[in-house]
Design a binder for this molecule. Structure first.
Ligand code: SF4
Ligand code: SF4
Length: 103
C-alpha cells in the first residue's frame, strides 16, 4: 500500500530512483496521439505548447513500460538503465533535460 509521508510529498519523492528500465521516444515515429501522456501513472510524459511529446521526466518515471505498450506506432522503447552513460537512474538529470530522451 502506498503511503503519503508528508504534505506535497508526491512532488519531492523521486520515484525515478526505482526505475531499472528507461523509456526512449523516437520522435520520427510519434503521431501525437497522446495515449502515453494520458495513461502514464507518474505524469512523466512532457509536451510542448503544440502537444508534441518532448521528453520524459526521469525524476518521476518509474519505468513501468505502460507507455511502450500503449504506443500505436512503437515510438517508445524500453532500455536497461545500465546501458546509459549516466549510470544510475537519475544522476545528473533534472526535469529541464527531459528532451535528451527523445531520439
Ligand atoms: S515507463 Fe511508465 S512511468 Fe515512465 S513514462 Fe512510461 S508510462 Fe510513465
Ligand atoms: S503513444 Fe506513441 S505516438 Fe502516441 S503520443 Fe505517445 S509516443 Fe507519440
Amino acid at each position: 500500500m502506498a503511503t503519503i509521508a508528508f504534505g506535497a510529498s508526491a512532488l519531492k519523492v523521486q520515484t525515478g530512483l526505482w526505475r531499472s528500465m528507461r523509456p526512449v521516444i523516437d520522435a520520427k515515429k510519434c503521431v501525437s496521439c497522446l495515449r502515453c501522456w494520458l495513461q502514464c501513472p507518474d505524469d512523466s510524459i512532457e509536451l510542448d505548447a503544440d502537444n508534441k511529446v518532448t521528453g520524459i521526466n526521469l525524476f518521476f518515471c518509474k519505468g513501468c513500460a505502460l507507455c511502450e505498450r500503449l504506443c500505436p506506432t512503437k515510438a517508445i522503447t524500453m532500455h536497461s538503465e545500465s546501458s546509459f552513460a549516466d549510470g544510475d537512474a537519475v544522476s545528473g538529470e533534472h526535469p529541464g533535460e527531459v528532451g535528451a530522451h527523445v531520439k
